[in-house]
Design a binder for this molecule. Sequence first.
Ligand code: GTR
Length: 444
Amino acid sequence: MNMPAFLLLAATGGLPLSAEASAASSRPASRPAINYDESKVPAYTLPDPLKFQDGRPVEDAAGWRRRRQEILELFRTHVYGRAPDAPQGMRFERFDENPAALGGLALRRQVTVRLAPQADEPGMDLLLYLPAERHGPVPVFAMLNFRGNQEVHPDPGIRITGRWVLNAPESGITDNRAGPQARGADASRYPVELILRRGYGLVTVCCADLDPDFDDGFANGVHGALDPPGKPRPPDAWGTIAAWAWGLSRVMDYLQTDPDVDARRVVVLGHSRMGKTALWAAAQDERFAIAISNNSGCGGAALSRRAYGETVESINGMFPHWFCANFRRYNGREAELPVDQHMLIALIAPRPVYVASAEEDRWADPRGEFLAAKAADPVYRLLGTDGLPAGDMPPVGQPVAGTIGYHCRPGAHDLTEYDWRQYLAFADRHLAGARPDSGGADRR
Ligand code: GTR
């Protein structure tokens, strides 16, 4: 496997992988486990998003609404699994409010969202920064973070998570608990001041509050709390990515109650596994106005059928908890999948979506990410938008953007200021600027 060892460790949080990780594969012996050679990408035909399962064509927007339901069901059944509805009786407990945080630039608000009506856990801690100077409700970027809210900024007012987080020895997290050293540990991926100065807010929650990122047979997190007790898990039961996406919808539930936020202008953005999650969240929940996938790769924006870099087999092996059990049937058999990831992007139509790759991030298959965005274009055009205005993959460092945006940045797997500048410009364009009274479209 060509995956860097640190990623593997980070991926498992230092915990051993389960026995399922070595699930038998039906990959033909002639096919390499990991391919980085474009000439060895298998020939493939993508399923047509604009054809119903029975072969009839989708002819108009009303037809797409029905086809959309079919595709959602296919992804639930075969890829991510089926999540429950929002819990009844969620509670929002604000525990911090500072109208002059970050040297007066920000309003900082922190809220615990109680997800189970009868109990305190599971719950998630939500950190919200809004521009201190604002004239009405503001649009926000919504993101799940990896290791606790304290990692997004060194601001000493952020509560350090007390819950389980992935280990990161360089940030002093060695026993799955964060300490003061973890403050600002991932700050380069969250340019809070830039976001605020551009008129946007940022809301973030740690993914582990929803479901710790390791395979425990779905005992902890929201699975343990919300799954029907004592019943075997069906093969389309929700995996961890589905649980995280469900959590983003709960973040949206909160945002709809916050008078300082314009919940009709929420951009859901995620990096890597959180990019997969952001796409699935926006695909299902049409309250998200824009979705942005940063280096999401396999199970995110990259076409599975290309089997370039990370494959269905390798992702199911390393992360047996991310997808539903049915997804393992497609280990080495991507051609049999009734969907591919262009259809995930298409589910977001006609809302704007941005897919970004990094040149050196071959594990995530930059070309496969571009081709998926391109193959979603016909759905965007059927719905009357301009789709992705690019015939072929644009050169590195040259973003293209219509209602679908794409860029391939120079450099490695990461979320950088370069990426953010493209996303802010994309949001400005599609949300009619960050000003609350400038007539941003309601795209729900
Ligand atoms: C890797 C995984 C990728 C991607 C990445 C990340 O270990 O193979 O699919 O999700 O982690 O989230 O950083």
